[in-house]
Design a protein around this ligand. Structure first.
Ligand code: DP6
Length: 340
């Protein structure tokens, strides 16, 4: 199967066992940054291990431990795995040199394959239960992976503003999405392609005793309410304000953690300044968000694509490592590929 990455608008930052979020989050599901995963499975022989993992056809030791931990974690929810030997093959579609290591696309595609094994033997499993379980299992690999299952947007975490939400899995959010947000674009400027200094897991941990923890929880809830309203009425101005505040808050929380951690680069801030000037001067409703690193995700409606890409090529590409940027847009989530 094939599964995309996603970009959070309200950030999941801070968690407690078993991989449950301290606040609700919402994201756009992406389209071009994807992981393709296949699993060949057979009855497990006594002396055999549980799995082999191949990345692009080759063994990759660094991923093996993570997958072992994941399979142990999901074993009580997928007991059938005990009797199977899995040959897992994975491959990303994003450029090797981009520094994007998407745990979201990797774990959502793996979860989709695993729950598909169950579905093929369980006729009573409805589509809805299937998708909820894929998101639930993906979450146990990486929290944000729970939000890559469907699109164009997914919401994860209990809250009082949208019914049916859960801390255990993400649900699709598309009914109230105003047409201004359809086909939204996400262009990723690669400011630094090195592997992240701080893993997301460590970043989440830093939130546990953070002095601003409670304020952050309240802010995320308030921002979710605003963004859901902006989604339903097409309020781009409110959307831009909240999305940028969320990005800055994520990094402000890390800078004010113990010990302080800086995950952005000066080029990140320079790009943000230029983007804001462009927005004001040209009246283009473009904004930025950040994940737990220096790369800048630029978000904008499809009709401004030519103008924004021209601006990126003329003014921003100079700040990108190897002049690299990736053009992506919202998409519909995980899908099964033809096994032939
Ligand atoms: C900043 O999902 O990578 O991208 O659950 O430990 O695997 P783990 O963390 P991860 O955290 C993502 C953090 C973020 C914000 C977000 O995607 O909501």
């Amino acid at each position: 199967c094939e599964s995309p990455s996603n970009i959070a608008l309200i950030k999941y930052w801070g968690k407690y066992e078993p991989q449950l979020p301290i606040n609700p989050s919402i994201s756009f599901t992406l389209s071009n940054c994807r992981t393709k995963t296949s699993i060949d499975y057979s009855p497990r022989l006594k002396a055999q291990g549980k799995f082999v993992f191949l990345y692009d056809g080759k063994t990759k030791k660094s991923f093996e431990n993570k997958i072992k931990e994941f399979l142990d974690r999901i074993s009580s929810f997928c007991p059938y795995l005990e009797n199977l030997f899995l040959k897992i093959n994975s491959k990303n579609t994003f450029p090797h040199s981009s520094g994007i290591a998407s745990s979201a696309s990797a774990f959502s595609s793996l979860a989709f394959c695993i729950v598909s094994i169950e579905k093929s033997y369980n006729e009573r499993m409805t589509e809805q239960i299937f998708f909820n379980k894929v998101s639930f299992i993906a979450r146990l690999g990486s929290g944000s992976a729970s939000r890559s299952i469907s699109g164009p947007s997914m919401i994860w975490g209990e809250n009082e503003f949208h019914s049916g939400c859960s801390n255990f899995f993400a649900i699709n959010y598309n009914k109230q999405l105003h047409k201004s947000f359809k086909n939204y674009q996400n262009t990723i400027l690669i400011i630094d392609n090195k592997i992240k200094k701080l893993s997301s897991s460590l970043g989440h941990k830093k939130m546990t005793n953070h002095p601003f923890l409670n304020d952050r929880k309240n802010q995320a809830k308030k921002n979710l309410k605003i963004i859901l309203n902006a989604f339903s009425i097409g309020d781009l101005e409110a959307f831009i304000k909240v999305v940028e505040q969320e990005a800055m808050t994520l990094h402000a929380l890390m800078m004010s953690s113990d010990p302080p951690t800086v995950l952005i680069k000066s080029k990140t801030l320079q790009v943000i300044e230029l983007l804001k000037k462009f927005r004001e001067k040209e009246k283009v409703p473009v904004c930025f968000t950040l994940d737990a690193g220096p790369n800048v995700h630029i978000l904008y409606p499809e009709k401004y694509k030519l103008q924004v890409i021209k601006f990126i090529k003329e003014k921003l590409v100079y700040y990108c490592q190897n002049e690299l940027f990736i053009e992506d847009m919202v998409g519909l989530g995980t899908k099964l590929l033809d096994s032939n």
